[in-house]
Ligand binder design. Structure first.
Ligand SMILES: Cc1cc2nc3c(=O)[nH]c(=O)nc-3n(C[C@H](O)[C@H](O)[C@H](O)COP(=O)(O)OP(=O)(O)OC[C@H]3O[C@@H](n4cnc5c(N)ncnc54)[C@H](O)[C@@H]3O)c2cc1C
Length: 457
């Protein structure tokens, strides 16, 4: 939609055959999307996503709201004035536009299908790339794709958005491209999630942040569309002792034991049981090696470019930021010189989008470190100033409205950490007010109590 809005003719090739159902209930209950193993897992869509949708795609923003997507501003609707310091200019940005993934996606897909300049072809799997005359000596130029049915579809630019399991590096290898620079490891987390609905359209009171760390597990409580919400527990996938969490009664017992979270179970479950997802990878792909693109005429956007542990809820915001970066790069560089475009898009990605991936990865690595130390009953205290600053910001946010805004700017993918900590005095204030984060008493069950709950006969 962003590209078509600039006059490009866009053909979307989607492997899954079923189109979006017309109403939210059908999207949730009936829409089959085997291409997405995260389709029915808890999602929420952060301020970064909302900000781009509101600004760039206002019709989509209205359509989402009309379908019941939740608009929720942390300062207007959730946080008490004692914490927030009262409403300030600019607080509009802390607004979410969120809902269950199938509902958000059905509305977005329907908007794309009716957008001028966009053609969506479902049930069409891409199987490889076709090439044309090289723009750079020795570098293959992609001039379209080949579908599984054997059709060749030409394109001025191929945009790979086939998600975290994208085969683009293999396809590039088949046309003789140098290897993509790939960083890959298991993110190390496992998710256990469930969705609920209230009888009267209300949502559970948000008396804590959506993501809370409780020693060796974290909870996610995510408000969604039409009086629905989701609850998830996230653990280390290596933590064998917590594997019984996949059994509903154990999962419920643990959620019930968490203050600030337990009441999120007080609704009617709307899925068949727990959705469990593991083996999620952290992956980064660089398509320029030694200053030269591995191929021209093709780019990877969103998860196919990089993806990480989704507990921070940033994937859609980062992906949309990346899509907007692509649109802007096409505006400024155009495609007349494919090599110049490939280099410029790589640089723009590195400048605008990659810092979000790197920050998320750093946060996750420390979270896993904390969990692993917690399992061994050891303290976790890495000599990393970023870790200290992040923990201090968490603690300081409860004491100071500037620190609270800084925390939400980063959490909601609105302003990056470098920009936030360039604010006069903020770093010093954060470290001063948050210095005592190690002494905060744990609110929930300790490791022993957790293990007792999951292993009870
Ligand atoms: C458990 C979990 C929870 C998450 N929670 C959140 C959250 O709360 N908030 C958030 O913002 N993000 C969340 N994410 C991340 C989010 O789901 C992704 O970042 C986002 O979906 C990426 O969008 P994408 O378009 O890159 O890829 P995808 O959404 O994965 O879409 C890829 C599409 O490509 C299609 N496809 C694949 N191969 C082919 C092919 N060969 N030919 C044609 N089509 C093909 C697939 O069918 C699919 O439709 C979560 C992810 C997981 C795993």
């Amino acid at each position: 939609m962003l590209l078509a809005g600039d006059g490009h003719e866009v053909t979307v090739l989607e492997r899954d055959p079923a189109g979006p159902p017309g109403d939210p209930a059908q999207a949730w209950e009936q829409w089959e999307r085997p291409g997405l193993n995260q389709f029915r897992l808890p999602h929420y869509f952060l301020g970064g996503f909302r900000e781009i949708v509101d600004t760039e795609l206002p019709e989509l923003s209205q359509a989402l709201q009309a379908a019941g997507a939740l608009r929720l501003n942390m300062f207007r609707d959730v946080l008490p004035a004692q914490l927030s310091g009262g409403w300030r200019d600019g607080d509009e940005r802390y607004e979410l536009l969120t809902g269950r993934r199938p509902v958000m996606e059905a509305v977005t897909a329907a908007a794309a299908e009716s957008a001028p300049g966009v053609e969506v072809r479902r049930g069409t799997a891409v199987d490889g790339l076709i090439t044309g005359a090289a723009a750079l000596p020795g570098v293959p130029h992609v001039s379209g794709v080949r579908t599984k049915a054997g059709e060749a579809i030409p394109a001025d630019l191929v945009v790979d958005m086939t998600g975290r399991r994208s085969s683009l590096p293999d396809w590039l290898g088949e046309i003789g491209a140098r290897p993509v620079a790939e960083e890959l490891e298991d993110s190390g987390f496992i998710y256990y999630g469930r969705h609920f609905r209230s009888a009267d359209g209300s949502l559970p009171a948000m008396i804590g942040p959506p993501q809370i760390q409780w020693g060796t597990v974290s909870s996610l409580t995510l408000p969604a569309d039409n009086g629905t919400w989701s609850v998830a527990l996230v653990a280390s996938s290596k933590d064998k002792a917590l594997r019984p969490l996949r059994e509903l009664d154990r999962w419920e017992a643990v959620v019930r034991s968490l203050p600030l979270v337990a009441h999120w179970l007080d609704g009617t479950p709307i899925d068949d049981g727990l959705a469990v997802l593991a083996r999620l990878e952290d992956r980064y792909r660089g398509f320029v090696a030694d200053g030269t693109p591995v191929a021209t005429g093709v780019v990877a956007v969103a998860d196919s470019w990089s993806c990480s542990n989704p507990a921070n809820g940033r994937g859609a915001s980062i992906g949309l930021l990346h899509a907007r970066t692509l649109r802007d790069q096409l505006r400024s560089t155009g495609l007349d010189d494919p090599a110049a475009f490939a280099g410029a898009f790589h640089d723009a990605t590195a400048e605008n989008v990659e810092p979000w991936y790197r920050t998320t990865l750093a946060t996750d690595r420390h979270r896993l470190g904390e969990i692993e130390a917690g399992i061994r009953a050891e303290p976790y205290d890495p000599p990393d100033p970023w870790y200290e600053l992040e923990k201090a910001l968490d603690a300081a946010a409860g004491q100071d409205p500037d620190c609270l805004r800084a925390l939400l700017d980063v959490r909601l993918v609105l302003r990056g950490p470098d920009e936030v900590f360039a604010r006069p005095g903020l770093r010093e204030k954060t470290l001063r007010l948050g210095a005592g984060w190690r002494d905060e008493p744990p609110l929930g069950p300790d490791r022993e109590q957790l293990l007792a709950m999951v292993s009870a006969p």
